[in-house]
Design a protein around this ligand. Structure first.
Ligand code: ADP
Ligand code: K
Ligand code: MG
Length: 474
């Protein structure tokens, strides 16, 4: 039986990717865990109300790259640390308040309250640092430990929340859960990005950094968590291997992937975001293809860059998010939305969205086309709800036995997806029901989007649009 290759994105995903292996053994990292209970102060309700009333800093992409290309000088690192510190407490306080606004019986669920206490813990760890400046290298190292702890503490959030909301599903409806999670998980994307950017900048600026990279090329293309020369085709190939092994483990077969369009295209983006999204979309395509007995049909992936001048010419035209919604609502104007030079939206719709740099690379649309039978009209309206899934064990066995699949969504399948090795449903092919909505949250974070179009009885086309996160001057 095939060995499951663990996806890159599991726990501490950014750290693993951005910080070389040896860096993770540095004192800052190994001490971080032990430090966590030491320098904390208790957060009062007043602190939370005060911090949550502060305006959220509208984060820009420029903020992420403004400290320069690694290795940073000491003063650049201090600036990065102070910038990070100036942003995080208010963001954590907002999350705490939003958790507290859930119905009491829901917050009382042990899993949801675990997440609440994680946030209280993180804010307590940060408070002693707030309202002062980090001025020495030693302080910066300590602060980096705090950031490493923060990222680590929140690494299992998704599986814990998923379990919590499943257990509390009698008391809160799916639309309310989706509303909460959409806001919460989008905010979490931003908060992690800020913390992980500082971590990555710190570690890639250490003197021992050079010897740990395999190639110089890899060294030069990263600014913290952003890869300025990210090739989507490379991510697709990696994800195809990971998902293919999961698929083989589950069904004994795997479909193959054909990449066409412009496989050499590269742009500036956050690799782990792209990896998460592509993994989830491939899981869906693989599962549908095998369950409808079409595993001999390839899954076709087209990499279609947007024309270079599409951003400059755009005005305020509709973006990929609008396109995604239009397609959801049955608007058939896909060709003009997705395939032409119609730009991706340039105006962020929420605080959580990072604004691109002034000079954007236009970005790319990746189409994932499968022959897996499409999505039935009764399922289609629910696919963006967190926890909604048509996956269940009966369906798998009846399909494999040649019976007709039953559509249902019992929470038990989601629970088993969460309990699977790796947590967060990462090592399951399906069942958590988070793939599409969370994938879309990642895509929309930088002004992109996901549109799903189903040809019921035939197959599904998924359009993932991503804009370049900025042209970064060398
Ligand atoms: P999960 O995969 O855990 O069920 P998702 O959010 O990824 O959760 O997908 C939700 C549902 O949307 C799936 O259960 C499936 O019914 C449907 N779906 C998504 N992608 C496809 C596809 N390519 N073909 C057929 N159905 C799909
Ligand atoms: K879903
Ligand atoms: Mg899925």
């Amino acid at each position: 039986m095939a060995q499951v290759q663990r996806p890159l994105i599991i726990q501490s995903q950014f750290i693993r990717l951005c910080c070389p292996r040896n860096a993770r053994k540095t004192p800052a990292f190994s001490r971080a865990r032990h430090h966590q209970r030491l320098h904390t102060s208790t957060v009062t309700d007043n602190d939370i109300v005060r911090l949550a009333s502060l305006p959220l800093h509208p984060l820009t992409l420029a903020d992420l790259v403004k400290h320069g290309r690694p290795p940073l000088t000491t003063s650049q690192l201090l600036t990065s640390a102070n910038f990070t510190l100036s942003i995080l407490p208010a963001r954590l306080a907002h999350r705490i308040q939003s958790l507290r606004n859930l119905p009491f019986i829901v917050v009382s669920n042990p899993n949801i309250s675990k997440i609440h206490s994680n946030y209280i813990h993180s804010l307590s760890t940060l408070l002693p640092w707030a309202e002062r400046e980090i001025t020495t290298v030693e302080e910066e190292v300590k602060f980096t430990e705090v950031m490493a702890d923060l990222v680590q503490t929140h690494s299992n959030t998704i599986s814990i929340l998923a379990r919590g909301f499943l257990e509390a599903r009698k008391y809160i409806g799916p639309k309310d859960v989706t509303r909460f999670l959409d806001e919460h998980l989008r905010a979490r994307i931003g908060t992690r990005l800020i913390a992980e950017q500082h971590l990555a900048l710190h570690f890639s600026s250490q003197p021992h950094h050079d010897v740990m990279h395999d190639t110089e090329e890899e060294d030069s293309s990263f600014i913290g968590v952003i890869d300025t020369k990210l090739r989507p085709a490379k991510i697709v190939q990696h994800c195809e291997n990971v998902v293919g092994e999961l698929c083989e483990l589950r069904y004994g077969v795997r479909p193959h992937v054909v990449i066409n369009g412009e496989p050499d295209y590269s742009f500036a983006h956050v690799p782990v975001h792209l990896e998460y999204i592509i993994t989830e979309l491939l899981k869906n395509a693989f599962r549908a293809t095998v369950e409808s007995g079409m595993e001999r049909e390839p899954i076709e992936i087209t990499i279609a860059p947007l024309p270079e001048d599409s951003i400059e010419n755009n005005g305020t035209g509709s973006g990929a998010q609008d396109a995604a919604r239009d397609i959801d609502q049955g608007n058939t104007d896909i060709a003009s939305r997705v395939f032409t030079s119609k730009p991706i939206s340039t105006s962020p719709s929420s605080d959580e969205q990072i604004r691109p740099l002034a000079h954007c690379t236009p970005g790319v649309t990746i189409r994932i086309r499968d022959r897996g039978g499409g999505i039935s009209p009764d399922v289609y309206p629910h696919i963006w709800d967190y926890s909604f899934t048509t996956f269940n064990e009966d369906q798998v066995s009846s399909t494999l036995a040649g019976g007709s699949p039953s559509k249902s969504g019992s929470g038990m399948d989601a629970l088993s997806a969460i309990s699977g090795a790796g947590g967060d449903g990462v090592n399951s092919l399906a069942g958590l029901g988070y793939g599409l909505p969370l994938g879309r949250a990642y895509a929309e974070y930088f002004g992109g989007g996901i549109a799903v179009q189903s040809l019921w009885g035939w197959g599904t086309d998924v359009y993932l649009s991503l804009r370049g996160v900025g042209k970064i001057d060398d």
